[in-house]
Design a protein around this ligand. Structure first.
Ligand code: MG
Length: 188
């Protein structure tokens, strides 16, 4: 029963999404769906004309227990060496947490972003001075990262959460996201 209600909700969102002229309200589909952030290769960035990445933190770069893998540290280093600009944009109010990740990766950050509102994305865009279409937005959540990035006409990249555990304010949205994810395919 619960699943049915969710499925109908997603169906409804899907049709709003497809209805001409309603895109500006809510586009729930990412431009790409990858398993993890480290699957974003220099080739992928080149092919999609992406010069900068706006990165989410919770369950995109670190798990619930704040673990940051060496794989992601090395990936960030490599991507930056290739000339891609990285910037962290997080909804969290936990400064120490974001700062630790940002320092380890050597990239600037903004917090209290209120994604999916546009304000945070636009602030970062102004700071890095790169056109919206050349900015990739990377995150594990459709209702914050993907919808927010789409609203700003940026290239949205959905990734699977790095860990299974979520904060309560994220966990309730996962079943809806999982139904949406069934409609989209991994691009790599
Ligand atoms: Mg997240």
């Amino acid at each position: 029963m619960k699943y049915e209600v969710l499925a109908h909700t997603v169906h409804f969102l899907h049709h709003i999404n497809k209805a001409k002229g309603f895109d500006f309200i809510m586009n729930i589909y990412p431009n790409a769906y990858l398993k993890r952030v480290t699957n974003i290769t220099p080739e992928f960035l080149n092919n999609n004309n992406i010069k900068a990445l706006i990165l989410d933190v919770d369950n995109t770069l670190i798990d619930y227990y704040k673990n940051l893998s060496m794989e992601i540290v090395n990936w960030a280093k490599n991507i930056q060496n290739q000339g891609t600009v990285l910037f962290i944009l997080s909804n969290t109010n936990k400064k120490a947490k974001v700062e630790t990740v940002a320092n380890k990766l050597g990239i600037p950050y903004e917090m209290f972003a209120h994604k999916p509102f546009k304000k945070g994305f636009i602030k970062v865009q102004k700071e890095i001075e790169i056109n919206a279409e050349n900015i990739g937005v990377v995150g594990d959540q459709i209702f914050t990262d993907v919808i927010g990035g789409n609203r700003c006409n940026m290239f949205t990249i959905l990734v699977d959460p790095v860990g299974k555990k979520d904060y309560w304010y994220t966990a309730w949205k996962r079943p809806i996201e999982n139904i949406i994810k069934k409609r989209i395919k991994y691009r790599s």
